[in-house]
Design a protein around this ligand. Structure first.
Ligand code: GLN
Length: 296
């Protein structure tokens, strides 16, 4: 039995409130830190109501079908399937994106990457041309397209582009984005661009085995595995990008929290970049390295 049916004080009495407490308790038992929040999100989404409505109507009685549907969601989460895979949705930059097991679920810290791109492009005259390498669910080109309506984007992805295309359609930016299917290490990037952005795979292969179960069991290895030391993609992208950039063009890359000095060295070794900067995320971890190509 995966789910604890009766625990002192946690008997379900048919109300959504007692179900919420029970679900949260099961998540806690499964070692999930965000147990209460996850229970609220999964129940509200399952009932197609807002979290506010869930909290303001705790006395709502669940019918049998609702209870069964919610129990199956709770069971999936107890097995550490990510909340985003159960709901099929992840919020990023205050927008909703469809996700599944084929794409990396957007992380909040990746919003720093967007902020840095917008800052770098502030003075670039329209139409701004941008390339995203390894687009996954499409969050980077879609948010940039919405934030810079005059921009033209290219998004390269090795695995299926279906979800990214759906998200672009949902956010009405298909006219601005050209999706290209292929391995970024093999195909032509079709430059020049004013900015190249990427959140490449950067986990050390060995560490993939010790990641949280949500990541290890449910997220695509292709989007995470950065090779033995996690730096394979930086070694390819950095020396390749300057030739695909305009003069004074920007390369903006997400990094793992312990990779800043190694990635800065890769930029410096290339000798075609200036103004190399490391930017921290809101938790204080190094998260982005960016630099401009030389002007001449
Ligand atoms: N930030 C992700 C994680 O820690 C990794 C993303 C990546 O490899 N680009 O799970």
């Amino acid at each position: 039995m995966l789910l604890e049916e009766t625990k002192l004080g946690l008997n379900r009495d048919g109300t959504v409130y007692s179900f919420l407490n029970w679900a949260s308790q099961n998540f806690l038992r499964a070692g999930i830190a965000s147990h209460r929040l996850d229970a609220e999100i999964l129940i509200a989404d399952g009932l197609k109501i807002s979290r506010t409505k869930l909290m303001t109507h705790p006395e709502r009685i669940l019918d049998r079908a609702e209870e069964q549907m919610l129990c199956s969601r709770i069971e999936r989460r107890v097995l550490r399937e990510p909340v985003s895979h159960i709901t099929g949705i992840q919020e990023f930059w205050s927008l909703e994106f469809e996700v599944n097991e084929k794409v990396l679920t957007p992380r909040p810290e990746t919003e720093i990457l967007i902020e840095q791109c917008l800052k770098a492009l502030r003075k670039t005259p329209a139409p701004v041309r941008i390339l995203d390498l390894g687009t996954g669910s499409g969050i980077l080109p879609i948010v940039l397209a919405k934030e810079i309506p005059q921009s033209r984007l290219t998004a390269i992805e090795k695995s299926a582009l279906e979800i990214a295309r759906k998200n672009a359609t949902h956010h009405a930016v298909t006219d601005q984005i050209r999706f290209v299917s292929g391995d970024l290490m093999k195909i032509d990037w079709q430059g020049p661009y004013h900015l190249i952005v990427s959140n490449p795979p950067y986990i050390e292969s060995e560490n993939l085995l010790t990641c949280m179960p949500e990541v290890r069991q449910y997220e695509p290895v292709l989007a995470l595995d950065g090779g033995e030391d996690g730096l394979d993609y930086y070694r390819y992208i950095v020396p390749m990008a300057w030739e695909q950039l305009e003069k004074n063009g920007w390369l903006v890359l997400e990094i793992g929290h312990n990779q800043a000095s190694a990635v800065v060295d890769i930029f410096a070794d290339c000798s075609h970049y200036q103004d190399i900067q490391v930017i921290q995320d809101y938790s204080g971890y190094d998260r982005v390295v960016l630099a401009r190509t030389m002007n001449g």
